[in-house]
Each structure stands twice: as C-alpha cells, then as structure tokens.
Design a protein around this ligand. Structure first.
Ligand code: ZN
Length: 438
C-alpha cells in the first residue's frame, strides 16, 4: 500500500547536456535539437541547473544515479563493476570482485584497434560459451554478456581485492594493459595475477571461435571480438533500501546518508522503480531494492524504443510512486563525438517526454527532466559541467523559462541544485514529506 496516489517520474537523458558546438557562442546539441515537448514542459515548469554530484565533478553514470537517488556516492561507491554485473543478473557476493568488461578488437601485436569491437550487437553469448565458470588457482571466473559490446566478470575465491588496475587501455592504438596491484597486499597481487591469466585464457578462447562468430564478422567486414578488456574493479556495496514502507517507523528514520534525505510522511510509502536500459543503472536499482523493469526494444543504442519505455513508466505508476527513467542514446552520441546522432537521440528523449506530457495527471504527479552528466561533443566523454533540470506538475510555480536547454534553464527559478536534492524536491512538491522540526 502506497498510502497516496501521487507519483514522481524522473526522466534522465543520459549525457544529454553539453557545451556549445562552437565555443563559446554556438548552440549545444540540446539547444539545436527540435524539442517541442521539452519546451512545452519548460513553459509550464520551473527550471534550473544541477550539479549531479558537486560543482565541477565529472560524474559517471553510476555515481550520478546514486546521487539522484539520494545516496552519497563518496560513501557508497566502491567501483563500477558490481553495478554492471548485478544489473545483468549476475550474483555478486561479499568478497567477490566484479568488473565491467568490453569485447574489443586487437591486432597481432595486442594493440587495441577498436575498444568496442564495432559495438558488436549479436553473438556475444556464443563467444563466451565455455568461458563462464573457468577456474584459475582457487578462483572461479564468471562471465556473462550484457548490452552490445559489454559484459560482466565476477571473480569468486579467497583473498581477492578490488585494488587492481584496468586491462582496458581506454584508448585505441595502444596494447591492452596488464592489470597491476594498486597496493602491496597479497590480495591485490593475487587478483591482478588471476585477472591477467583470465584475459590470456579469453584471448585463446575467442581465437578458437567455436561457434564461428568471429569468422562471420570477418567475412562481413566487421571488427573481430578477439580480446576481453576488464575495467572498473569493485566490491558489492550495501545500499540502504531506497524505498520506505508506509508502516515502517524504523526505516523512516534510517537516513540514506546523514543529512541527505528528508523523511516521508507517516502512513505513506516511498516505492521506487526503474525503467532504464543499461546494466550499470539496473545494478544500482537492484542494490537499492527498487523494482527494475526491463523493456523489450530498450536497446541502450540509437535504435531504442522510447515509446515502449514511456508506456512502461506510466504503467509503473500504478504500483510505485517514484519512477526513474534513463534513455542512454544521447550519451552514446557524445562519446562518438557525433553531433547529428546526439541531436537525433535528444529528439527521441523529446518524444518520450511528449508521451509523459500526454499521459500524466499533473494534479497528482511531478515530472522531472534532467541529465546525469554532460557528454559534450568537444570532449567525447563526461565533463563536470552543470546540467539543465526542470520540475513540472503538482506544486510547481511556472517561471519565465520557455525552452529546455543548458543556458535557458540557468535563468530559471530553481537556481543551482545538486543531484541529491531531487528526491527531497519531488517529495516536497508532492506533499508527502514529513516536516523537519516542529
Ligand atoms: Zn557516458
């Protein structure tokens, strides 16, 4: 029982913010995109800018989503790998060390020629067939495919540490790295040794190509997936649950992190769900005890089905009152440094915003639209810039902003907030928050 019919939807365009294409006076991709629905929402909403983690901090999607859900990432973030692995349904236990992992392409000298193996879409399960569950020393190595070129790797055994460097060199044109221990502990040394041995076994396994996936790719002129490049070692975090039961007095007073989240009114529950399309954010949802709703057609790529995602968000409001949505493709455009693709991707977010605009009852709901970080075309990666944010619906006093963009929103009444303020601001607008003090 929720004890209320009021709902919040927080729609995140992943990496949707950016910088002027011609600095300092050109338009950003968000300003250049045709976004009639986002602009309509801006007219009825109140706007501002948000530092996902803190001013100038270059947030990852993981640290940013933790903050947006009210968790202090400086407290709860223990590496990216566990979120990715948990997000794709892998078991991550205490003591396990988990990695994100790419299928990459290397030449005969081990030099990475494509970090994402041409963003390989199919056959990754076949490529991993026979590799999952192999043992190195007393460590079992679990590997599972995720979306596109990504997979998850979990090492389970005695005496492991997440203090090891990446195998992924993070740039094409250099040889894949040997993982190194980051401290003098026997645990870090053992983990680096096992990880390096795993990568060598994976290279042999991918060269054997039992199912002929790489042969087919070569014949089609596509880059081979002939090496695995783990990165982002981490141990599974213990997040306090995001949700609060209507009758649970103790949970109501157990702050997520001291001073970060206001309490929900007694008798009212906070029940969180996620409609997102990357393993990384799914993992945060699982660790936070949210309902993780996966949508057919949500691919994490440019071709994602935003209408299906929007419908799933609306449907989720029947059982939950805090829905987090994330559309990944604007971030892909930013990483690809492809302004046209990023603009197209932002226009997909606009279509989804239009669906929510039509379907939501704004007398009892709040819609928040923002980004988890900027991915400027000129940077090709995340930057620490503030991102636009707007709040629409119940309790909102419209300001004078009429366009959804980085600079337009900066003039709005919300001013400048942090990611961790979003839950408090929405529960205030929805009037489901308990008074702090008398
Ligand atoms: Zn990104």
């Amino acid at each position: 029982m929720l004890g209320t019919d009021r709902v919040a939807i927080v729609l995140i365009g992943d990496g949707m913010a950016g910088r002027p294409l011609r600095e300092p006076y050109g338009k950003t991709t968000l300003e250049a995109a045709h976004t009639p629905n986002l602009n309509r929402l801006a007219k009825m909403g109140m706007c501002g800018i948000m530092d996902p983690v803190a001013p100038g901090v270059r947030a990852g999607s993981d640290t940013s989503h933790l903050a947006i859900l009210g968790y202090d990432p400086f407290v709860y973030y223990l590496g990216r790998g566990p979120f990715e692995c948990r997000g794709i349904g892998m078991d991550v236990r205490p003591g396990d060390v988990a990695f994100r992992c790419n299928f990459s392409t290397m030449d005969d000298d081990g030099v990475i020629t494509d970090r994402r193996a041409g963003r390989i879409e199919s056959g990754t399960d076949k490529l991993l067939d026979g590799l999952d569950g192999i043992r190195i020393e007393d460590v079992t190595c679990y590997i599972q495919p995720s979306v596109a070129h990504r997979c998850g790797l979990v090492l389970r055994g005695s005496g492991l540490s997440h203090k090891v460097t990446d195998v992924d060199p993070h740039d094409a044109g250099v040889k894949y790295h040997k993982s190194e221990p980051m401290d003098d502990s026997p645990e870090a040394k053992k983990t680096a040794r096992v990880l390096n041995a795993f990568v060598e076994r994976a290279i042999e396994h991918l060269a054997e190509d039992t199912h002929g996936v790489n042969k087919e790719r070569t014949a089609a002129g596509l880059p081979m997936a002939n090496v695995l490049t783990p990165r982002g070692a981490g141990i599974g975090p213990h997040l306090p649950p995001f949700g609060v039961a209507a009758d649970d007095e103790s949970a109501r007073w157990a702050d997520l992190a001291p001073g970060q989240r206001a309490h929900i009114e007694p008798g009212i529950a906070l029940s969180g769900a996620m409609v997102v399309e990357t393993g990384l954010v799914w993992g945060i949802g699982y660790f936070a005890g949210m309902d993780v709703i996966k949508v057919d057609g949500a691919t994490g790529g440019y071709d994602t089905d935003v209408v299906a995602m929007g419908r799933a968000m609306i449907q989720a409001t029947q059982r939950h009152n805090f829905i987090l949505g994330n559309v990944k493709c604007p971030d892909v455009g930013g990483h690809d440094r492809d302004a046209d693709k990023k603009i197209e991707a932002i226009e997909k977010v606009d279509v989804l915003a239009g669906l929510l605009l039509d379907e939501l009852d704004f007398n009892r709901s709040v819609l928040v639209v923002s980004a988890d970080h900027a991915t400027p075309i000129s940077v090709g990666d995340h930057s620490g810039d503030a991102v636009p944010i707007m709040f629409c619906g119940r309790g909102v006093a419209a300001d004078n902003v009429t366009e959804y963009g980085e600079r337009a929103c900066a003039a709005g009444s919300v001013g400048r907030i942090r990611g961790r303020d979003i839950v408090n601001m929405t529960t205030n607008l929805l009037a489901i928050q308990e008074k702090f003090g008398a």
